[in-house]
Design a protein around this ligand. Structure first.
Ligand SMILES: [Zn+2]
Length: 177
């Protein structure tokens, strides 16, 4: 088990450029295992590698949400591409492990189709609707450096920044005790 620290905004590492995977080697497999452990520890529906400070172009989605059995391992999306999105949209609150206790109204396509490489090295496609489409597009955004705060105005952005900085200061103080 290797639960890694989740990078919290406004940490600049969340804006790093991500790097495509050339080969599924031991580094990628280890990263996948760490992401699984960290996602489950945080009760997340998905997590991108950049959220634990690794700029590899990969994210994970919780198996049940991705249409698998709940005992299956999380689904890895390596070098993903968005191949199609519906014109129909949905509006809902969205959260993110890098924004603890923050929810933002985000308009997203109702359906999305993603093509990616799995952890087994096979290319696959998945079409998501509703929450799954939202989750896939949210995680995909991480790989392009796009974040929840990019969907809000400057005032709300400032509010979120203060809230998260306060939270981090409190955690740092608790850790020092
Ligand atoms: Zn996120």
């Amino acid at each position: 088990m290797a639960i890694r620290q989740v990078v919290v905004w406004p940490d600049e590492r969340l804006r790093q450029e991500t790097k495509p995977v050339a080969e599924i080697d031991e580094h990628v497999r280890q990263l996948y295992r760490d992401l699984c452990d960290t996602m489950y520890d945080e009760n997340g529906l998905g997590i991108a590698a950049i959220q634990i400070g690794d700029p590899t172009r990969m994210f994970l989605v919780e198996p049940r949400l991705a249409g698998r059995d709940q005992n299956d391992p999380p689904v890895a999306f390596i070098n993903p591409e968005v191949v199609w999105t519906s014109e129909e949209t949905q509006m809902s609150d969205e959260g993110c492990l890098s924004f603890p206790d923050v929810y933002v109204q985000v308009e997203r396509p109702m359906k999305a189709r993603i093509r990616a490489l799995g952890i087994d090295g096979q290319i696959f496609e998945i079409e998501g609707e509703g929450l799954l489409a939202r989750c896939l597009l949210h995680e995909f955004d991480h790989l392009t450096g796009k974040l929840l705060v990019d969907f809000v105005g400057p005032l709300k952005r400032q509010m979120i920044k203060r809230k998260l900085q306060k939270l981090q200061a409190r955690e740092a103080a608790e850790a020092a005790e």
